[in-house]
Design a protein around this ligand. Sequence first.
Ligand code: BG6
Ligand code: MG
Length: 218
Amino acid sequence: MNKTGFIFDLDGVIVDTAKYHYLAWKNLAEELGFEFTKEQNELFKGVSRKRCLEILLDIGNVTASKQDFDRWMIEKNEDYLKYIEKMDESEILPEVPRVLKFLKQKQVPIALGSASKNARPILEKVKLLSYFDTIVDGNNVTKAKPNPEVFLIAARELEVKPENCVVFEDAVAGIQAANNAKMKSIGIGDAKILTKAKHNFNDFTEISSNFLESLISE
Ligand code: BG6
Ligand code: MG
C-alpha cells in the first residue's frame, strides 16, 4: 500500500487568523480612504501578502509607487503581528488537535502548506508545531496558490507521492492548488464557496475518525 501524507493549510484551517488579516487590510484601506468589506476579503484567502496588496489597491483605485507599495506591505504586516501577538491555544479551530493526534497515532506524515510568512511563530504560539514533520510556508515558495508549488514541496519533503496526499484547505485558491497538484482536496468551510473540493466539511467537528481512517487506507 502507498503511504498517505496529510497537508494542512494554516489560516482558516488550523487557526482563525483570517479575521486578523482582514482587520489589518481594513485598517490600511481606511487609511488610504476607502472601505474594504468582508465579502472582498474572501478573495484574499490563501493569497500571498503581495498579491493581496495589489488586489486591495485595485479595489480602492489607488496607484502606488514602489516605495509606497513596500511601505504598505510592511505596515500591514506590523499591524497583523500586533493582532497575533497574544494568540494562544484558545484560537485553535474546533477539534484540530483531535485530528492531529489521531493522525500522529497512526504515524502518518503531516505537513503544513501555507502561503503565510508568519506560519512558524503562529504554530509555536498555539503549541502545535511539534505535530508537523515539515513546514512549507510563504518563505519557501516562489509561486502562490493556486499554483501547486507549496503542496508539491510538502509532498516531496514528506516523501509521499502527490497523488497520495490529502490537503485540508479553506480557500478557493488553495483547493485549486491541491487539485492542480493532483492531491485529494478537502474543503473546510462553505461548500457553496469551495465548489471544487473533493470533499467538504464546515469544520473538523464533522470529520470522523472513520473518515480519516478511510483516507489513510485508500
Ligand atoms: C494565507 C492567508 O494563509 O497567508 C492570506 O490566507 C495571507 O490571507 C497569506 O495573505 C500571507 O500571509 P502573511 O502572514 O505572510 O502576510
Ligand atoms: Mg487558509
